[in-house]
Design a protein around this ligand. Structure first.
Ligand code: PRP
Length: 168
């Protein structure tokens, strides 16, 4: 594995994102919706750096079939416990690759009539896109690389690493 983004750089970026999002939602309460499992560490750090009031909830998604990412068929295996109606909601994701996951969840949650619905992803891999989806807030744009650490795994390993690595 090769180091891609050091812990200090990750933390600086998360602080910057939290500052920007806190400014944009000043005076409002935000519901952070984390997508399990990959987003759990980013979500925890982001939430701690927000200066506006936040609540948190989580969803877990699964893709159908073996060609998971390319099939584009996603379902919710653990739903939110919170009603979104009338709330300001921010979906928190660790990485956008094909865009299938976020595109699916965005439309499903939009149907629940939140007051506003935005998305943040720590990493963006634009070369991987199969559906056109742009997040409102992005930390780092990376190339077509397989990354682990800071919540992201390879066969469930490495999620606890504080920095981000490319697997070679
Ligand atoms: C990863 C990542 C995103 C999704 C992005 O999740 O955490 O949720 O893939 O890919 P996409 O843009 O191509 O849809 P994964 O399915 O590996 O599950 P995990 O978060 O539990 O590791």
């Amino acid at each position: 594995m090769k180091l891609l983004i050091a812990e200090k750089e990750v933390q600086k970026k998360v602080s910057r994102l939290a500052r920007k999002i806190s400014r944009d939602f000043a005076g409002r309460e935000l519901l952070l919706v984390g997508i399990l499992k990959g987003a759990f560490i980013f979500m925890a750090d982001l939430a701690r750096r927000m200066t506006t009031p936040v609540k948190v909830d989580f969803v877990r998604l699964a893709s159908y079939g073996s060609e998971t990412q390319s099939s584009g068929r996603v379902r919710i295996t653990k739903d939110l416990e919170t009603s979104l109606r009338g709330k300001d909601v921010l979906i928190v994701e660790d990485i956008i690759d094909t865009g299938v996951t976020l595109d699916f969840l965005f439309h499903r949650l939009q149907a629940r009539r939140p007051r506003s619905l935005k998305t943040v992803s720590l990493l963006d891999k634009p070369e991987g896109r199969k559906v056109d989806f742009q997040a409102d807030y992005i930390g780092f744009t990376i190339g077509n690389q397989f990354v682990v650490g800071y919540g992201m795994d390879c066969n469930e390993e490495y999620r606890n690493l504080p920095e981000i690595y490319v697997v070679r």
